[in-house]
Design a protein. Structure first.
Length: 438
């Protein structure tokens, strides 16, 4: 078995990171502090940007990129030079919420073509329990002509990146590792442990590590679904959900989750990997899918309540103008993948409402390509609006925009939909807003 010391002493061994997105790039930069790193991505435009010190995910600063020694490349042949190859490609679902394994299968085929004896392939992508050994290993064997556990080994170490979070960075989060043999598990523990200060947890096997990752986000998804269902119930009763949660939160063991739109490439996706596997082995999950249904409904629910407020304000629905602030799937990032704000947009459009979207964090060209929406360059360009929906808790909306700002954007009987409860409800009502929040 290779030793981590070999990487450090001879200066020749290399680690390759396959996929340089939110997960792969910070990991490559972290490993670069001690090892020789190859950063591979199939997108040549991404490689060009990184070489120029620009990270469009805004996870890594320009100075770090320009000062690192990472060999950024879109040439797969460079993978031949690496002894450890870490795959960090996305694992989305398709329009039917079935796991889309094309990215991970494609990456595995590419790695397999250039795999050499004595190598270790590590997966960090979110998968269902069993996928690494049951689906990926056969592909690696077929493409490389090598034998598993004789000529090469595999491991799994689930990513725990929280996009936009500058406090809980990779090195400060406990890393779970598992290998296909105890020796490989120990090697990975030493490898990751050499750059991660928070500590290492050795899982007993790869399936356990895979399952641990997929339930992390499933648990969050279900807790948020509960808050969303409570929000629907309390809204019908006529009480404020945030005020109920503040009161309940005074108990020491109350879990402080809040309602909201659940999108992105993790929480809104990972549960489907677990339910897919469960159904494949003959079990139909009830609770997990119920939570998913609730969370997927919330965009429509927000839109319907916006329309109710517009009607209450005496505004004509068809042809009215609504401004939505924020399109990314969470605050202070540029990522628009699987954002549930788009559900609000589409539902309002179905009512005949003219919808305008402003998000200073999102890239206009990506929004146009993905959703066919032209982001507003100037928030004032289409005013006055009949309603404003603050959909994402971006810092710029919390720190620079007060209630008078929103009032100046709207005409008479202004409607303010504050999805995340950013603003003071009583102040909003006193300022003449028809105010609503989850």
């Amino acid at each position: 078995m290779m030793r981590v010391e070999d990487f450090l002493k001879n200066g020749k061994e290399k680690i390759a990171i396959v996929g340089l997105g939110y997960v792969g790039l910070p990991l490559a930069v972290l490993f670069d502090t001690k090892f020789n790193v190859i950063g591979f991505d199939i997108n040549p435009a991404r490689i060009k940007e990184l070489k120029q010190g620009f990270d469009r995910t805004k996870e890594v600063e320009k100075e770090k990129l320009l000062n690192c020694q990472i060999e950024f490349t879109d040439n797969p042949e460079k993978l031949k030079e690496a002894r450890v190859i870490i795959i960090t490609v996305p694992t989305p679902v398709d329009k039917h919420n079935i796991p889309d394994l094309r990215p991970i299968i494609s990456a595995t085929k590419t790695v397999g073509k250039y795999l050499k004896k004595g190598s270790i392939v590590v997966y960090e992508s979110t998968v269902y329990p069993g996928l690494t050994e049951e689906e990926c290993v056969p592909i690696l064997q077929q493409e490389s002509g090598l034998k598993w556990k004789e000529d090469f080994n595999v491991g799994y170490s689930p990513e725990r990146v929280n996009p936009g979070d500058k406090n809980h960075t990779i090195d400060k989060i406990i890393k779970v590792v598992a290998g296909d043999t105890p020796k490989i598990t120990e090697f990975l523990a030493q490898l990751y442990g050499s750059v991660i200060t928070a500590g290492i947890h050795r899982a007993p096997n790869i399936k356990t590590a895979e399952a641990a990752k997929v339930i992390e986000n499933t648990q969050r998804d279900l807790n948020i679904a509960l808050m969303n269902e409570l929000s629907i119930i309390f809204n019908k009763i006529g009480i404020d959900t945030k005020e109920v949660l503040e009161a309940a939160g005074t108990k020491w063991n109350f879990l402080k989750f809040e309602p909201g739109l659940v999108g992105g490439h993790c929480i809104g996706v990972d549960p489907y990997y677990l339910t897919f596997k469960a159904q494949a082995i003959g079990y139909h999950p009830e609770v997990i899918l119920a939570g998913r249904r609730i969370n997927d409904y919330m965009g429509k629910y927000v839109a319907e309540n916006t329309v109710k407020k517009l009607i209450k304000a005496g505004k004509q629905i068809k042809g009215s103008k609504v401004l939505i602030l924020g399109l990314t799937f969470k605050e202070n990032i540029s990522d628009i993948r699987n954002t549930k704000v788009i559900d609000v947009v589409n539902e309002l459009k179905d009512f005949g409402i003219n919808v305008y979207v402003y998000d200073p964090y999102a890239y206009p060209e990506e929004v146009k390509h993905e959703y066919g929406i032209d982001l507003l360059e100037d928030i004032n360009s289409q005013k006055p609006y009949d309603a404003v929906i603050v959909a994402v808790r971006h810092n710029v909306f919390m720190q620079e925009k007060d209630l008078s700002f929103y009032k100046n954007l709207m005409n008479s009987n202004p409607v303010l939909i504050d999805i995340k409860g950013i603003y003071d409800k009583e102040k909003a009502i006193k300022n003449g807003f028809l105010y609503w929040r989850l």
